[in-house]
Design a protein around this ligand. Structure first.
Ligand SMILES: O=P(O)(O)OC[C@H](O)CO
Length: 483
């Protein structure tokens, strides 16, 4: 029997699993998709929020500020790039100036450190490419940026190193309570008997909660559309740039990413379909229009891709974290929309504390807080590159030219714990396919390496699990696998 079954392999589920792995507990995680990080976590603004936008007194505010504090150490332990680039919330019209005071007051109430309201000249000294009509801005130096996939994969790897079992393509179909305590969780990969359950199912956390709790939840998918600007504009901004928030959220931002691109978006549209990740012409036009108010020089012709993500929005607009009413041993992490990425380490800390108080396990003396560093060719000096190639010639074979990802890195991403099993799995772990050509050059090579490493036909390799195979048939006389 398990001690804890975590449902959902997004950033919250993986953070909870990793946190629980500090203790002598038998922990497993089941994920509906073919990989971790394929739901809400895979498409968001990649921001570590300072915490001034959350309503004082809310769980969002509490976990935002605490999560932000935890980021430095967490990312250092997991070898995940994280930058405290600070954020500016811009006031672009004189009549809106009092709104900055309100945000500042909320930030103070939430315990956000070192905030300042700065005037037009100082904003432009800090960010010369910002709209020169800016009136003033709230500067929050503790704001940061992180890559959500690198973080989630790293959390999963580290949890697996510490004994957590991962089961992908294991969608939950039902739960049965066990007389005397505990749950049987019925999944597409079989039944799991467990003393406790953590529901971190993202957009589906309401469906899972409603199977067991006396308090029903209803999550609305709130779609956000984005554009990604080419790396040629790296350095255009240092800070994350928000405009003033509205009833639908923090609005369309402009932010550097840890990988050198610039992300703009998201829109905020409530929709019905929890899986509808389509982009729309009006949505993408809206992003360009609003982002141009922040960045008048926005290069419309330098977008390398567009995408949409879905936020798991509850009408209360707050996180639901803790044991669910009427369901002993069943813990929710539901309604985790923005600032969920920021809050994930703090939600994990809180849920782990609650579960440990009930199960009373001993701490693991052999917990390994660090995962083996990832060797990223693009970040090596010339001497380091030469040494890496001398030891492993696969570092000398470039797979993705845009992002400088070598064969050695692709193989490593497949071989690591909770390793990549699809082309997009490799992309999320290495950035192969995330650059200017969006995989046009590297995808066949990644596919061939996956086929070789996994020992399957190239015809069976998928883009992102399920039925998403890429090749449809073998041509007579042509070898299946190119080397
Ligand atoms: O509009 P919000 O409040 O859902 O925030 C989304 C932002 O991009 C922040 O991550």
């Amino acid at each position: 029997m398990l001690d804890v079954l975590v449902i959902g392999g997004g950033v919250v589920g993986c953070a909870v699993a990793r946190e629980l792995s500090r203790w002598r507990l038998r922990v497993a995680l089941c994920e509906k998709g073919a990989d971790v990080c394929v739901g809400t976590t895979k498409a968001n603004s990649a921001i570590v929020h300072a915490g001034h936008s959350a309503k004082p007194g809310s769980l969002m505010a509490e976990y935002n500020v605490r999560g932000n504090e935890l980021y430095e150490q967490l990312c250092a332990d997991l070898d995940v790039p994280f930058r405290r680039n600070g954020s500016l919330t811009l006031c672009l019209a004189a009549e809106d100036r009092p709104k900055l005071d309100e945000l500042y007051a909320d930030g103070m109430a939430n315990g956000v450190p070192d905030m300042r309201i700065i005037g037009h000249d100082e904003v432009l000294r800090m960010e010369p490419n910002v709209n020169p009509e800016v009136v003033a801005a709230l500067h929050t130096p503790t704001g940061g940026i992180v890559c959500p996939y690198e973080l989630t994969v790293a959390l999963a790897e580290n949890a697996a190193m510490n004994g957590v079992e991962f089961h992908c393509e294991a969608a939950v179909e039902g739960l049965t309570s066990i007389v005397g305590g505990g749950w049987i969780v019925h999944t597409r990969k079989g039944d799991f008997r467990t003393r406790t359950v953590v529901n971190a199912a993202g957009l589906y956390a309401d469906v899972i909660n409603n199977m067991v709790s006396t308090t029903l939840l209803r999550i609305t998918p709130r779609r956000g559309e984005y554009w990604m600007v080419d790396k040629a504009y790296e350095g255009a901004f240092t800070a994350t740039l928000f405009q003033l928030p509205s009833a639908m959220g923090k609005g369309i931002l402009v932010t550097p990413t840890v990988d050198g691109t610039i992300l703009i978006g998201p829109t905020a549209d409530d929709i019905d379909d929890k899986d509808d990740l389509s982009t729309t012409l009006p949505g993408l036009e809206q992003v360009l229009k609003v982002a141009s108010q922040t960045w008048p020089g926005l290069p419309r012709r330098s977008m390398i891709t567009s995408f949409a993500g879905l936020r798991a929005h509850l009408p209360s607009h707050d996180f639901v974290v803790g044991e669910a009413p009427g369901a002993p041993g069943f813990y929710n992490a539901a309604g985790i929309e923005s600032p969920g990425l920021t809050a994930a380490p703090a939600i994990a800390e809180a849920l782990c504390r609650q579960i440990v108080a009930v199960l009373k396990p001993a701490a693991r003396a052999d917990f390994q807080s660090k995962r083996p560093p990832v060797r990223r060719f693009r970040k090596m000096s010339d001497d380091e590159r030469a040494a890496a190639i001398a030891l492993d010639p696969a570092f000398g074979r470039m797979v993705c030219r845009c992002e400088m990802v070598t064969e050695a890195e692709v193989r490593d991403a497949i071989r690591r714990p909770v390793g990549a099993r699809s082309v997009d799995g490799v992309k999320r772990r290495t950035r192969a396919g995330m650059g200017r050509c969006q995989g046009g050059f590297c995808m066949p090579r990644v596919l061939a390496i996956l086929s070789e490493e996994l020992g399957v036909s190239p015809l069976a390799v998928t883009k992102d699990g399920g039925a998403s195979t890429i090749l449809t048939a073998r041509l007579d006389g042509v070898k299946e696998q190119s080397k």
